[in-house]
Design a protein around this ligand. Sequence first.
Ligand code: CA
Length: 230
Amino acid sequence: MPATILIVEDEPHIQEMIAVCLQHAGHKVLRADTVEKAVTLVSRTLPDVVLLDWMLPGISGIQYARSLRNDPRTRDLPIIMLTARSEEQDKVAGLDAGADDYLTKPFSPKELLARIKAVLRRRAPQMTEDSVEVDGLRVEPATHRASGHGQLLELGPTEFRLLHFFMTHAERVHSRATLLDQVWGDHIFVEERTVDVHIRRLRASLEQTGHDRLIQTVRGSGYRFSALPE
Ligand code: CA
């Protein structure tokens, strides 16, 4: 499944090599050569993965990894550290700072893509193509199909992504801003009431099989997907 991947790397040829590899694999790429530029990009669009060089001019990759982990908006963002150093103690320091994985340069495109897939599977199950089923409601990302008790449901692309996100993050309350970040990838340039419009459409599509009851409005907070009675 295509992901939005932020590359923070100050060496132009390495940044270019990674970008070409990711685009070739169908991913959307954001690029920054300093942490300052990365901060600006992330404030607009929440990526699905960050590839973070350790040695950067100014603020280091390690410092940025720590600050991403301390911000509730980016706390769960998968981070893969890229580094030319391969000492074991560096690896430990990277993981301590909150990185999910660690790649030593030079690495092959194949290795990079495999690591990205692995962190997405761990950190962001909605990015993988595994089917999810709750209470007879089923989504199949690989075929983009949703069904309720075996009956095919008609969903628009946004409603499909919304439902998939809900089902992979059930029993938690999600604010409109979180849903915009996670489903639309943008919490600034899309209005929050857009979420309500798509929730309404999603509920209408789920009504025919009675699954609309699984999407609950939590007054003053947002929405929750839950198989438990309210
Ligand atoms: Ca560097």
